[in-house]
Design a protein around this ligand. Structure first.
Ligand code: URA
Length: 236
């Protein structure tokens, strides 16, 4: 691919801006200065740097963010800052989108991608990918709450009861629950339908992929091949 197209595809600017960056010798490809914007490079395993910052060529962007409370999963947020404000400009220019949404007060695992197929596969209701939440309930709950959630609870606007795929108590007030769907406020509504109330909600895992322990609230990182294998596995 041409040097200027490579930069553009990775979100470094418009075609014109990228040509200019190269002409002004601000770009190195695999450590070597390049000043011809039309020069061709193989993209596989390519690294390049712009003004000293190094990037790896990636055909698609796949990211994980540890969402803090008080951020909306929207590019046009209404009442809180946007989760997109936590990502660098070059990723926004690539057009990354949230893979599903979390409420503004929910924390934890949020994926982003610019791969339409990946986004579809992880949000389509048919795919039944488990989403695991850690829930702090307002009231201490009896064991019957877990049985109720596993058996299914009826929400007002749903044709049939929604049941948890997995549910276990972590303490008197804390539950871990996995659901297959991703309906609007689903966890909060399920817990309310079972007679309790969510005080705090944290997404811990999607399929077999858990939020990395070293990812601080507000931080993001690339999903590398091992994480993508887990997320793309049919067992998710
Ligand atoms: N269920 C909810 O109620 N809120 C979320 O943010 C995610 C799942």
């Amino acid at each position: 691919m041409q040097a200027c197209r490579i930069l553009q595809s990775q979100g470094l600017g418009s075609r014109r801006d990228c040509r200019e960056l190269i002409r002004r010798q601000r770009v190195l490809f695999d450590g070597v200065p390049v000043s011809d914007p039309e020069r061709e490079f193989p993209c596989e395993n390519l690294t390049f740097s712009v003004d000293g910052e190094t990037y790896r060529y990636r055909e698609h962007a796949y990211l994980v963010l540890n969402k803090p409370a008080g951020y909306e999963c929207s590019r046009q947020p209404q009442d809180h800052p946007s989760v997109f404000a936590l990502l660098p400009e070059y990723l926004l220019r690539r057009g990354v989108q949230c893979v599903g949404r979390l409420d503004q007060d929910t924390t934890g695992l949020l994926l982003f991608s610019d791969d339409g197929r990946f986004i579809h596969d992880h949000t389509a209701p048919k795919k039944q990918i488990g989403k695991t939440y850690r829930i702090t309930c307002k009231h201490a709950f009896p064991p019957a709450l877990i049985e109720q959630l596993l058996a299914g609870v009826q929400l007002h606007d749903e044709p049939a009861p929604l049941r948890a795929r997995q549910c276990r108590a972590m303490s008197e007030h804390r539950l871990e629950m996995t659901i297959n769907e991703g309906k609007y406020h689903q966890v909060k509504r399920m817990i309310a339908a079972a007679g309790n109330r969510v005080e705090a909600l944290h997404r811990q895992a999607i399929g077999g992929y858990a939020l990395p322990v070293d990812l601080a609230p507000g931080a993001w990182k690339w999903l590398e091949a091992d994480a993508l294998d887990v997320l793309k596995s049919p067992l998710s």
